[in-house]
Design a protein around this ligand. Sequence first.
Ligand SMILES: Cc1cc2nc3c(=O)[nH]c(=O)nc-3n(C[C@H](O)[C@H](O)[C@H](O)COP(=O)(O)O)c2cc1C
Length: 297
Amino acid sequence: MSSFLWLPGPMEGVMSPEWVRAANSLHLAERWITPFFRLSQELPRRKYFASFLEPYKPVPTVMQLMGTDPGLLAEAACIAEAEGAAGVDFNFGCPSSQVLRHGAGGGILKKPELAGMILRRTLAAVKIPVSVKIRCGWERPEELPELLAHLLAEGPAMLTFHFRCVSEGYLPLAPEERTRRFRMAAELAGERTCLILNGDFSAAEEMRSAVKQYPVGGVMAARGFLRDPGLLRRAAGEHVPPPDVLREAFFRAVIQQYPEGMPPGRAIELSIFLWGKENLCFQKLRGRREPVRLETI
Ligand SMILES: Cc1cc2nc3c(=O)[nH]c(=O)nc-3n(C[C@H](O)[C@H](O)[C@H](O)COP(=O)(O)O)c2cc1C
């Protein structure tokens, strides 16, 4: 077993409770970082934290928080800690216009002082590790030094770095530019945090060579993990069935999580995530109204 972290990228809208339970039943991840839990004005009741975290257990789980109010986020972190989260992570990278409208997610990168303050308040409030997930800047990679200076001064336990800027969304960038940005983040971070590289990793070999190439603590894969549910275990050097076998097994495991059958819309959506558009399952399920069971597929 390697000591590097091979992390599944959080994916709001994909990681439903059923999805997560199915992934746990196949031991696809050693730890989770949840998709964002949004804090806007009031602190939600504690039971919402508990039910949000529940599907991820028994795997150690970092709860990701999103918001702009340092006090509210620190209070939320305390509840996450009390509910057994293995850590809290701040989403400072989401490019969705709905999120940016409120200045949250990637919008925080426009205010490095605020990003630092959020970390400071939370680090003072909890004992569990506090981490951040960022992009290379709001608009330009040249923003990274100032941004990291503010964040690293607070001492986050871990920092996940997606190489694109918020304004770049999911644009393809030249491989040399991706490399340049990874190198810049690794040089700036030095030994001051556990740096996790993220963005466009889809092969275990590439993940392993990244941790040799840069002084980092690990790699995170989100979409690559969807296409190959065994990716993280493969990166860790385990022998796991090939991607097509695992995709099928995972699809079946998700369906099994629905005692009354899986809503067809969700089954189609999942099939597209796993196999892309126009997959066989999609053809079979198109137009279907009845719940999907294992016998159906
Ligand atoms: C559908 C979807 C939902 C996402 N939701 C979140 C989220 O809740 N929190 C977060 O930090 N990143 C989220 N991301 C970003 C991913 O975790 C990851 O940083 C990004 O996709 C780049 O990695 P990849 O190239 O391995 O997919 C999401 C990405 C996708 C595709």
